[in-house]
Design a protein around this ligand. Structure first.
Ligand SMILES: C[S@@+](CC[C@H](N)C(=O)[O-])C[C@H]1O[C@@H](n2cnc3c(N)ncnc32)[C@H](O)[C@@H]1O
Ligand code: SF4
Ligand code: SF4
Length: 412
């Protein structure tokens, strides 16, 4: 008996280290895929399941949090590659929608035409997802609202470990000296300020108020506080939603970014939610847009500013006549991302409206491997995908010239 137990243990350990070794290198992962595809379905499923369990055990019992996160990453990649609907890895990224309240009504945002549910999130939900947080690599403390309008944001930030990668996107209007000090003291990792303009009248057109100068002064205050407290954090990112109204001032915005010592500038295309903003889409001005993007790239290189620009338009296609093939990559969101909205419901990503659970009534595990989430994962990367997945406007999965990926008209 004793001998047989020892043999069992030995063989489990052998199998486990064989699997782990087999999966260790990326090129082996590639071979694993080919090897798996040749197995009969039942054997492949057994192999996948066993591998998931071995990797999950390594993840749970790793000697340090860093190693644990590393195993989680590998497990997640394995599960995405094999499109498992049951997922043992934990989400690497979490969106915690602190609030939907906002102090602005920017013309491109759903706040300008929709009466959004304005309440703040219940902080008790941080306890409900506590087991997930050690594996998290990106904690975003915002959603479709302005997190600095509520004390709940600072409270949430103060409850998270200082070494966690935390992130906020803000319009910057409430970023005064007191808020700046708290952000530095709580060591927020990255702060994106959505500025979207280099000139006051353009700012007014987009955001509906004439406050560009105030936002710039607020950023300068944050820079001063960081210097005073000897902190590199939060890293400053400047956001720019690209549209016809602000295209030509993008180079000036890069100059502003250099002056404000931004760690990077994030530029992304406008998603058009309103009929009246259709003409703002650069799909109608592709050649000029490409020229400005190229000029901006060169300028940023000279000034030493990191700029993330959208890919140039493909001028050899006609967006209004050509047919576009469906997106052929794998969307990883339902495997690596957890979106908790302001009322505690869980969605598979920040675009799709499907509700896959409710953290006020269910545990994380009940949701993560519940029937709705598994059903969603089963189809998201197949021709049976539905709803907003069909024309996903996430910049990572959209086709650069397909109009269906730019327009989601919901209002006049
Ligand atoms: C919804 S806001 C919430 C955070 C905060 N209130 C802010 O404006 O920074 C998050 C980001 O979405 C961007 N955004 C809003 N409407 C958009 C649209 N129609 N297309 C692309 N980005 C948009 C904003 O500029 C901002 O950078
Ligand atoms: S500040 Fe942010 S959430 Fe508020 S209206 Fe503007 S884009 Fe929308
Ligand atoms: S809407 Fe886009 S990001 Fe969301 S799950 Fe579908 S394809 Fe992925």
């Amino acid at each position: 008996m004793i001998q047989s137990g020892a043999t069992d243990k030995l063989s489990t350990a052998r199998i486990s280290s064989w699997i782990v070794d087999f999966l260790r290198l990326p090129e082996r992962n590639f071979r694993t895929g080919r090897f798996l595809s040749k197995l009969p379905r039942w054997l492949r499923q057994r192999f996948v399941r066993l591998t998931q369990e071995v990797l999950a055990e390594r993840m749970r019992f790793a000697s340090t949090p860093e190693i644990s996160r590393d195993w989680n990453r590998r497990l997640s990649q394995f599960e995405i590659r094999n499109q498992t609907t049951r997922v043992l890895s934990r989400p690497k990224r979490v969106y915690f929608e602190v609030t939907r309240k906002c102090n602005l009504r920017c013309n491109m945002c759903p706040h300008s035409f929709k009466d959004l549910d304005r309440c703040d999130i219940d902080l008790h939900l941080l306890d409900v997802i506590a087991d997930v947080l050690p594996y998290n690599e990106d904690m975003a403390l915002f959603g479709c609202g302005e997190s600095l309008t509520t004390p709940v944001f600072m409270e949430a930030l103060s409850r998270l470990p200082k070494d966690m990668n935390t992130r906020l996107i803000t319009n910057g209007l409430l970023l005064d000296e007191k808020v700046s000090r708290l952000l530095v003291q709580h060591q927020l990792s990255a702060l994106t300020v959505s500025v979207d303009a280099a000139k006051e009248d353009t700012y007014q057109l987009i955001h509906g108020v004439s406050k560009l100068q105030q936002v710039i002064e607020n950023i300068e205050t944050l820079n001063r506080v960081k210097k005073e407290l000897g902190s590199e954090l939060p890293a400053l990112v400047l956001g720019y939603v690209l549209m016809k109204a602000n295209l030509d001032e993008l180079p000036d915005f890069v100059r502003l970014g250099a002056r404000l010592k931004a760690a990077s500038i994030g530029v992304g295309h406008l998603t058009v939610f309103r009929e009246s903003l259709k003409e703002q889409s650069l799909l109608y001005d592709r050649e000029h847009s490409n020229n400005v993007l190229e000029e901006t790239r060169k300028l940023a290189e000279i000034l030493g500013v990191h700029v993330h620009l959208p890919v140039p338009f493909d001028l050899s296609v006609d967006p209004w006549k050509d047919k576009f093939p469906p997106f052929s990559g794998l969307c990883p969101e339902p495997w690596e991302f957890l979106y908790v909205d302001n009322v505690g419901t869980v969605r598979p990503c920040c675009i799709h409206e499907e509700i896959v659970g409710d953290l006020h009534r269910q545990s994380f595990e009940e949701i993560w491997n519940g029937e709705p989430y598994q059903r969603f994962r089963a189809v998201v990367n197949t021709p049976k995908r539905y709803g907003l997945c069909l024309n996903c406007f996430d910049y990572r999965y959209r086709n650069s010239d397909n109009p269906e990926h730019y327009f989601l008209i919901m209002a006049p």
